[in-house]
Design a protein around this ligand. Structure first.
Ligand code: NCD
Length: 316
């Protein structure tokens, strides 16, 4: 076993072998998810709490389904309002939930580092479902599985990540994962949306889409993270689409069999032409959603094994 961690907080600490173990296990769940009867009892008797301090539709639904298909008791908590408004701190909320003895917490939070902090305060396993601009490890893993299934491999590919790199936890986790797998990564976007320490990543940076997309195997588009901008990053959405939105003309510079990805939610006509998003010969966006459930099931199974071994050691 390569994946021996109690938590999944980021891609940063994961070895290549652990990533492959998760993806291989997820393949098994991708097959299960095609069957009529999708339920197994891998997490039977365990309690999973999804704590979302930031809006989410697909990620929360995906974690909820994954837990239910594995037989866990799943509870969803929307925490944007309620106790947060009453002034309770993140740590107090965590300690309250910890006292209810969950086995797994899935946490999304608008601040980078908040999920790591929470993991230090609780006894159970914690999965980072996205913390600020920092990491979104399950998204990078589901993207990796989607790429591997479409391209037949996960190494030596030319991959372009395009758009709002600066504010994107998806870009950061993908850079880390795809880099560990020895791919050639290009970042494409306006200078205002590139992180300041970009030279540390050892990637090629382009501000021109046509040059950046030349001969790539994978085109990964990102959403403009307007909620993390305080104005002035792009001239107008119309101009942004003209220069950085993916349309068929720009896509024609990539390889003929290049795939198109987007983590969702998409702004059609801003980051991506709606017709490309719906073109099943190029777009793997629905496959990404499908692989999301499988990857999350795999991670939860692996974490539950690590958690129960540690738990047994504590009790003996
Ligand atoms: C991503 C996120 O929340 O970081 N979406 C997701 O997980 N489905 C990307 C985004 O919101 O742009």
């Amino acid at each position: 076993m390569s994946f021996t961690q109690k938590h999944l907080l980021g891609i940063e600490g994961l070895a290549q072998s652990a990533i492959l173990e998760i993806l291989d296990k997820a393949e098994k769940y991708a097959d299960l998810n095609l069957k009529t009867h999708k339920r197994v009892d891998v997490l039977a008797g365990l309690t999973q709490i999804n704590m979302f301090f930031e809006n989410s539709t697909r990620t929360q639904a995906s974690f909820e389904l994954a837990g239910k298909r594995l037989g866990a008791d799943v509870m969803n908590m929307q925490l944007q309002g309620s106790s947060i408004k009453k002034g309770e701190t993140l740590v107090d909320t965590a300690l309250t939930l910890n006292a209810m003895r969950p086995d797994l917490l899935v946490v999304r939070h608008p601040h980078s580092g908040a999920v790591d902090l929470l993991a230090q305060k609780v006894n159970c396993s914690v999965i980072n479902a996205g913390d600020g601009q920092h990491e979104h490890p399950t998204q990078a893993l589901l993207d990796a599985l989607t790429i591997r299934r479409a391209k037949g491999r996960l190494h030596r590919l030319n991959i372009a990540i395009c758009g709002d790199i600066a504010h994107s936890r998806v870009a950061r986790s993908n850079l880390l994962l795809l880099g560990k797998m020895e791919n050639r990564i290009r970042l494409i976007g306006p200078p205002t949306l590139m992180p300041s320490q970009i030279s540390e990543f050892g990637v090629e940076v382009y501000h021109d889409m046509l040059a950046g997309l030349k001969d790539v195997d994978v085109v990964m588009m990102l959403r403009l993270q307007k909620e993390r901008m305080d104005g002035g990053f792009i001239p107008s959405e119309r101009e942004y689409f003209q220069r950085y939105g993916l349309d068929f003309k720009k896509l024609s510079h990539a390889k003929d069999d290049a795939i198109v990805m987007h983590p969702g939610p998409m702004n059609r006509g801003v980051e991506i032409d709606g017709d490309i998003a719906d073109d099943v010969t190029r777009s793997v966006i629905q496959e990404q959603v499908e692989m999301g459930v499988a990857v999350r099931m795999a991670i939860m199974e692996l974490l539950s094994k690590n958690y129960s071994t540690k738990h047994k050691k504590l009790l003996s």
